[in-house]
Design a protein around this ligand. Sequence first.
Ligand code: PQ2
Ligand code: NAD
Length: 213
Amino acid sequence: MCGYPIILDLSGRRVAVVGLGAVGRRKALGLIEAGAKVVAIDPVGFPGPPPPGLTILAEPYRTEHLEGALLAFASATPEVNRLVVADARRLGILVNAASDPTSGDFSLPAVHRDGPLLLAVSTGGAGPALAGSLRDRAAVALGPSASGMALLLAELRPLARSRIPNATTRRRLFRRWADPSWLDRWAADGPEAVRSLLIDSIDHAAFGGDDPS
Ligand SMILES: C[C@@]1(CC(=O)O)C2=NC(=C\c3[nH]c(c(CCC(=O)O)c3CC(=O)O)Cc3[nH]c(c(CC(=O)O)c3CCC(=O)O)/C=C3\N/C(=C\2)[C@@H](CCC(=O)O)[C@]3(C)CC(=O)O)/[C@H]1CCC(=O)O
Ligand SMILES: NC(=O)c1ccc[n+]([C@@H]2O[C@H](COP(=O)([O-])OP(=O)(O)OC[C@H]3O[C@@H](n4cnc5c(N)ncnc54)[C@H](O)[C@@H]3O)[C@@H](O)[C@H]2O)c1
């Protein structure tokens, strides 16, 4: 499979999760973390009080459960999952099939989140546990300053856009800000040092000079 990675905005969107065993619960919780309105269908229900954002229908799956859903997750028994996949296909809803991944439309990567930073690793189904351990290794390589740097750019890019009218100058500045050496400087000298150097570089670029750093 040659997958196409996208970052979906699921906030407030209805998503159906059929089956709340270990796999369905993991998927439901990840969806809630992404802000989705999750409707989960499982005759056994949820162990303990369900987290906010999760509606439980403690009944066996029926086709109507998928109505109005943007996405569906088939994480019940293989027989029930086959029904869910067929129904989703008919209704034009993209479906994740836990028991027979190739019958569905999409699979999930292993994910690391830190502020605005999101790291996703997929092995395309070759080794889901391997995807998890590669994710852990890559997250360590990014280090704690990566998300701090992203947050800082979220603050400073609009400032640079308003102060530097020339698009080529701006693009050059943003490329310099993307240099990984800033992460080392962040670790060595702290966030405030990086922040003030980046602000200086906006001033220089705005007045037509070169970046001092
Ligand atoms: C990444 C992660 C995301 C998530 O689900 O959130 C994820 N599985 C995770 C864990 C995990 N899954 C399994 C184990 C046991 C060890 C092992 O088998 O390796 C572990 C490890 C554990 O439990 O610790 C077993 C397993 N998984 C699938 C099958 C069916 C099959 O292979 O046919 C079976 C065998 C069932 C059986 O044999 O009984 C299928 C899929 N699992 C996927 C994603 C998709 C491919 C992702 C990829 O390859 O990149 C895909 C294709 C479809 C999908 O589910 O979307 C999450 C990491 C959580 C984390 O670390 O954060
Ligand atoms: N994708 C993955 O990461 C992964 C990992 C392990 C297993 N699997 C596969 O995913 C599926 C779920 O795995 P699990 O370990 O969570 O299984 P599980 O047996 O713990 O959970 C299945 C759930 O489906 C519910 N269910 C049964 N009939 C139902 C119905 N008619 N309507 C709604 N819900 C119903 C059961 O009550 C149960 O809670 C299995 O088919 C398994 O082969 C996938």
